[in-house]
Ligand binder design. Structure first.
Ligand code: 1PX
Ligand code: ADP
Ligand code: CA
Length: 579
């Protein structure tokens, strides 16, 4: 602690006298009664002070209520239990202090501001904000302007706001435009919008580092800019899994105080090309089918997933496939150890050490393991083959309001691994039981037809002859087999990421749409299709045979992971105005 940051004096809040103390890390004020007896203390970590203003201030709308030259107002984070969610809601608390003199007031504001700078080095000064006006319930713009912008203004953050006019605008901006002076990028939208930001920032960082994203063996460069998520989408799983609640004000406060949460990212490859990045769900079978079906019902908003989920469940399909995976070190953690990755997680901290201080570890991965779809399953790769209801890979728990503990409740946000969930073909009631367990604390892996593995990489392929069979079946039904096959082959030869991830501008048919059409055409015919599609964080991938490698802590979010429920709920403290 730097001694000059310490300050102690008597201050008044209303007509009560307090003994206020600023140490390096905390700002405390304790009520003192007329007989000098100390009563309740309120303690705010300096890192959670949002701002300090002279006078008496109100926010939302912001106005100076009274500017006596002996007063100052402190804004800070307060926690409230969220009822249904596991995480805590953050709200803006404010307390108005009166000093005996103006000199003392100036001393307090100066010291508090200096302490803020010293103890929150990652607080953003300038942010680039992308708003998807069509995400979720289409309230992104309103949410940002009414709830988030006033808080940014209060905290002295300047923001450059872009309301997107087309899909991939945010990604393209991040790939090409000047980003000098920005500390972070904020995305107002859902997981799809987050994915755009992710692709833009990872791509830009690799471009600048001269690294080739197409090569799964390359150790990618972590992104220097932080990402903030203001949830305004349908699933909002990345926000829920990293903050614990879906709440724009909570997320805005995490951004303001410069919280930092690293996140693992999977890179998905086909042949020698990068196809997509994934953080929440890379799913084949059920989740792929649900996404393909739901794209037809976008107009339903977030409900489209429940409708399509039920429809796909009732169609009771399973798919043949070969899954190969590279297991992670079982000594470090296990997907069934019943732990949860919480704020300050020790498994993730140890991984930081391993990921960034022993780069020779990752060098050992630069072997033929990543040579695309080679048949050698030498080394540690494990191969399983059969029929699956679904094959899912997630880099984190993927908790969301639908499933508060997530696809893999013990997965870690930043341990450099993903959890591979294999659900073997089973009777419909068994599968329903599996799905239903996601909504409660019951263990969805404790079923005889379910396996879960903590992995560093996964490869998926179709049993020999299946792919041709698949296209022939669908082609026979649609009458368009030749055109489709040529199209897929052309794209894979070009290997252009731009082409692979571009989503439709009007009048033009993209890969995803073609793949979805090809697949959906199978849905409406009596014969079940032999192949499903991959759902990659809400995008349909145009390939079936893929390789995914997990990159530890490739990006950082303005978040801190889910806070332990034992953290005090200080919502109803006396003397504070809850804004
Ligand atoms: C019976 C109840 C079953 C509930 C099962 C819940 C499982 C939920 C797991 C959710 C994992 C979420 C992973 C995140 C994926 C997102 O990246 C991604 C994109 O999100 P965005 O549109 O916001 O941009 N979202 C998705 O792909 C959505 C996947 C959602 C699947 C939901 C499935 C609901 C299933 C309902 C089945 C009901 C069966 C009833 C039978 C009578
Ligand atoms: N202005 C826009 N018009 C159409 N699509 C957009 C626009 N901006 C972003 N998108 C795309 O919309 C998709 C869904 O966005 P998202 O914010 O995740 O909402 P949701 O959670 O409802 O799917 C994303 O894939 C994103 O690329
Ligand atoms: Ca992980």
């Amino acid at each position: 602690m730097e001694p000059e940051l310490r300050l102690e004096s008597s201050l008044w809040v209303g007509n009560k006298r307090y003994r206020a103390v600023l140490t390096g890390w905390h700002f405390n004020w304790t009520e003192v009664d007329k007989k000098n007896r100390e009563k309740k203390t309120i303690s705010v970590p300096v890192a959670e002070v949002v701002g300090v203003e002279e006078g008496r201030i109100d926010v939302l709308p912001r106005k100076s209520v009274e500017d006596t030259d002996k007063d100052f107002t402190v804004f800070y984070v307060k926690r409230c239990s969220s009822g249904s969610s596991y995480g805590l809601l953050w709200r803006l608390g404010q307390t108005q202090f009166s000093c005996p003199s103006r000199v003392l007031r100036d001393q307090w504001t100066k010291h508090l501001r200096t302490a803020l700078k010293t103890h929150s080095p990652l607080r953003p000064h300038r942010l680039l904000v992308f708003i998807n006006p069509f995400g979720g319930k289409k309230k992104g713009r309103q949410t940002y302007h009414s709830l988030v912008a006033p808080l940014f203004e209060l905290a002295g953050i300047s923001s450059h706001v872009i309301v997107t006019e087309r899909a991939n605008q945010a990604r393209d901006h991040l790939l090409k435009k000047d980003l000098t002076g920005f500390d972070g990028v904020v995305c107002v939208g859902g997981d799809g919008m987050f994915s755009e930001i992710l692709h833009g920032l990872i791509g830009r960082t690799q471009q600048e580092a001269g690294l080739c994203e197409n090569d799964p063996a390359v150790t990618l460069q972590p992104c220097p800019l932080h990402i903030g998520i203001i949830p305004a989408g349908s699933t909002d799983c990345v926000c829920y899994a990293t903050v614990g609640v879906i709440d724009p004000v909570t997320s805005a406060l995490h951004i303001i105080i410069g919280d930092s949460q690293p996140l693992d990212v999977g890179s998905v490859h086909q042949a020698s090309a990068l196809v997509h990045y994934s953080v929440s769900l890379l799913g084949y079978g059920f989740y792929g089918d649900v996404l393909a079906e739901s794209e037809k019902h976008r107009w339903m908003g977030p409900l489209r997933y429940d409708y399509s989920g039920t429809k796909v469940y009732l169609s009771n399909r399973s798919y043949a496939g070969i899954v190969q995976y590279l297991p992670a070190d079982p000594v470090l953690s296990s997907p069934r150890d019943r732990t949860r990755c919480l704020s300050g997680c020790s498994v993730c901290s140890r991984s930081t050490e391993r990921l960034f201080h022993h780069s020779s570890d990752s060098a050992s991965l630069h072997s033929s393991h990543y040579s695309q779809f080679s048949n050698d399953s030498e080394g540690e790769w494990v191969t399983v083959e059969g029929r699956f209801k679904c094959v899912s890979l997630t880099c984190m728990s993927s908790s969301c309001p639908k499933s508060p503990l997530g696809l893999s409740p013990s997965a870690h946000l930043a341990d450099g691994t993903g959890d591979l969930i294999l659900v073997w073909d089973t009777h419909p009631l068994g599968f329903l039981k599996f799905l239903y367990r996601h909504t409660s604390t019951q263990d969805q892996f404790d079923l005889p037809f379910v396996e879960v593995h903590r992995v560093k990489a996964v490869r998926f392929s179709l049993p020999s002859g299946k792919e041709v069979e698949a296209y022939e079946e669908t082609g026979a039904m649609s009458g368009g087999i030749d055109e489709e096959r040529i199209y897929v082959e052309t794209v894979s030869r070009n290997g252009s990421q731009q082409q692979l991830t571009e989503r439709g501008t009007e009048g033009e048919v993209t890969n995803e749409q073609k793949t979805a059409d090809l697949f959906l055409c199978g849905l409406c015919c009596s014969k079940a299709p032999a192949v499903s599609v991959w759902n990659c964080d809400g995008e349909i991938l145009p390939f079936t045979e893929i390789l995914c490698r997990i990159h530890g802590q490739l990006v950082r979010l303005y978040a801190r992971g889910i806070e332990d429920g034992a953290v005090v709920d200080n919502c109803s403290e006396e003397n504070d105005l809850n804004v």
